[in-house]
Design a protein around this ligand. Structure first.
Ligand SMILES: *Cc1c(COP(=O)(O)O)cnc(C)c1O
Length: 353
C-alpha cells in the first residue's frame, strides 16, 4: 500500500511547465538549460526536460550528473558550481562543461582534460552584484585570455547568477552590463562568445518582458519549472501548474492541548522557539515528518490547518476545528526549500504519476 510520508510527482504537469516556459523563451531567442539539482538528477524528470525542448542539463553536484550519465540521459551536461579541485577529474570525465571563476581550477581542468584526451567547456561566471560566485568584471578579459590559452579547454561563454544570495533583482541595468561584457570580449579578442547565460528562474520576469534581451541567449531554470512560480516574489507564473509536487504525511497524535507551554522556557531542538500567545485550548496534531525531511514553514497545508513548528521528526499542526484523527493523511504543497529537503530525504518515498 501507500507509504508515508510520500512525495507525489506529477510528470504530466512538469512536462507542461517545461514546454510552456521553453516555448515562451524561444520566442525571445533564449534557450533553456534544465537545472536538475532540486530533483537530484532524477533521470525520468531530466528526460522530460529534454523532451520539452531543452537542449542542455545542468546541476551543481557532480553526483547528480553521474546519476544521469549512468541512466544514459543523453544531453550536454554542465556543472553549475565551480568544480572542487579535489573533484576535477570526475568533472572532466562526466561533464561537457563547467561554470568557473578561478584560474587555478581552470588550470587543473586543462591538465585533467589533456590526460583524458578530452575537451572540456568553460563558462566564466561574472559577479554583477549578488555577491555569490563570479569574477569581478574588471578581471574578466584577463581570465578569458587565460582560458583561451589552456590546452583542451574550450571557452564557451559567460554567465551570471543573481538573486540567490542577496536577492538582487535581474534588471535592464545588470543584463545590459552582461551583454556589454560579451561584446567587449569579442571586440578585444576577435572571438565569438557563444553562450551568454543571464541567470536562473529569477530572470524570467525580465526575460519575458518587452525589454530588449541584448546578447542574453540562455537561462538556467529549475524552480520555475518545478513549482510554476517565480522566485523573486514567489508569484505563480501564468499558465503553469503550481502543484506538480504533493507531500502526504500521517497523523500520529491528535489531542486538545493548551496553546501556551508550561514551565521555564530555554532553547528548543532547533534553537529559540517562537514566542507563543495564550489562545486557550487548541486542536493539535502531530504528523510523522520533521526538520530532517522538510522546511516546516515551507509547507502549505489545506485551509483550516496551520503549521506551528517542528523538531527533527515531529511536525506540529493546529486545525481550526478538531477534525484530525490518528491515521489521517495530511496533504501539503511545498516551496523550494521544503521541496529540496523532501527530495533529499531517504525517509520520504517518491511516487511518480
Ligand atoms: C541553482 C542554480 C540555477 C537554477 O536556479 P533556479 O532558481 O532553480 O532556477 C541556475 N544557476 C546556478 C548557478 C545555480 O546554482
Amino acid at each position: 500500500m501507500t507509504s508515508s510520508p510520500r512525495l507525489t510527482i506529477d510528470i504530466g504537469k512538469l512536462k507542461h511547465n517545461a514546454q510552456t516556459i521553453t516555448t515562451r523563451l524561444a520566442k525571445r531567442g533564449i534557450s533553456v538549460t534544465g537545472v536538475t539539482k532540486a530533483i537530484l538528477g532524477t533521470p525520468s524528470i531530466a528526460t522530460l526536460f529534454l523532451d520539452a525542448g531543452m537542449n542542455r542539463l545542468a546541476d551543481s553536484r557532480i553526483e547528480n550528473i553521474e546519476t544521469m550519465q549512468t541512466a544514459r540521459v543523453s544531453a550536454e551536461m554542465t556543472l553549475l558550481r565551480s568544480p572542487m579541485l579535489s573533484q576535477v577529474k570526475r568533472v572532466v570525465h562526466h561533464c561537457h562543461t563547467s561554470c568557473n571563476t578561478e584560474i587555478s581550477v581552470i588550470k587543473e581542468l586543462s591538465v585533467s582534460a589533456q590526460r583524458e584526451g578530452r575537451f572540456h567547456g568553460v563558462i566564466l561566471m561574472v559577479e554583477l552584484g549578488d555577491l555569490r560566485e563570479g569574477i569581478m568584471p574588471e578581471d574578466l578579459l584577463d581570465t578569458v585570455k587565460y582560458t583561451l590559452n589552456c590546452p583542451n579547454i574550450t571557452f564557451k561563454g559567460i554567465g551570471t547568477n543573481l538573486a540567490c544570495r542577496c536577492g538582487v533583482v535581474p534588471d535592464n541595468q545588470n543584463m545590459t552590463r552582461l551583454s556589454e561584457l560579451a561584446v567587449s570580449i569579442e571586440d578585444a579578442l576577435n572571438i565569438e562568445v557563444e553562450t551568454v547565460s543571464g541567470g536562473n528562474s529569477a530572470n524570467l520576469k525580465w526575460a519575458l518582458s518587452d525589454q530588449k534581451v541584448g546578447r542574453i541567449n540562455n537561462l538556467r531554470l529549475g524552480e520555475s519549472i518545478l513549482l510554476g512560480c517565480e522566485p523573486l516574489h514567489r508569484q505563480p507564473i501564468d499558465g503553469l501548474h503550481q502543484n506538480a509536487f504533493t507531500l502526504n504525511t500521517e497523523v500520529i497524535e491528535a489531542k486538545m492541548k493548551p496553546s501556551k507551554p508550561i514551565g521555564t522556557i530555554a532553547q528548543a531542538a532547533f534553537g529559540h522557539p517562537p514566542s507563543t500567545t495564550n489562545r486557550g485550548t487548541v486542536a493539535q496534531a502531530i504528523v510523522a515528518i520533521g526538520q530532517q525531511d522538510i522546511d516546516p514553514f515551507g509547507l502549505k497545508p489545506s485551509a483550516g490547518i496551520h503549521v506551528m513548528g517542528a523538531s527533527s521528526d515531529h511536525l506540529i499542526l493546529e486545525s481550526n476545528r478538531n477534525t484530525l484523527r490518528v491515521g489521517d493523511d495530511v496533504t501539503f504543497q511545498l516551496n523550494y526549500s521544503a521541496l529540496v529537503r523532501a527530495m533529499t530525504s531517504p525517509y520520504v518515498s517518491k511516487i511518480f504519476r
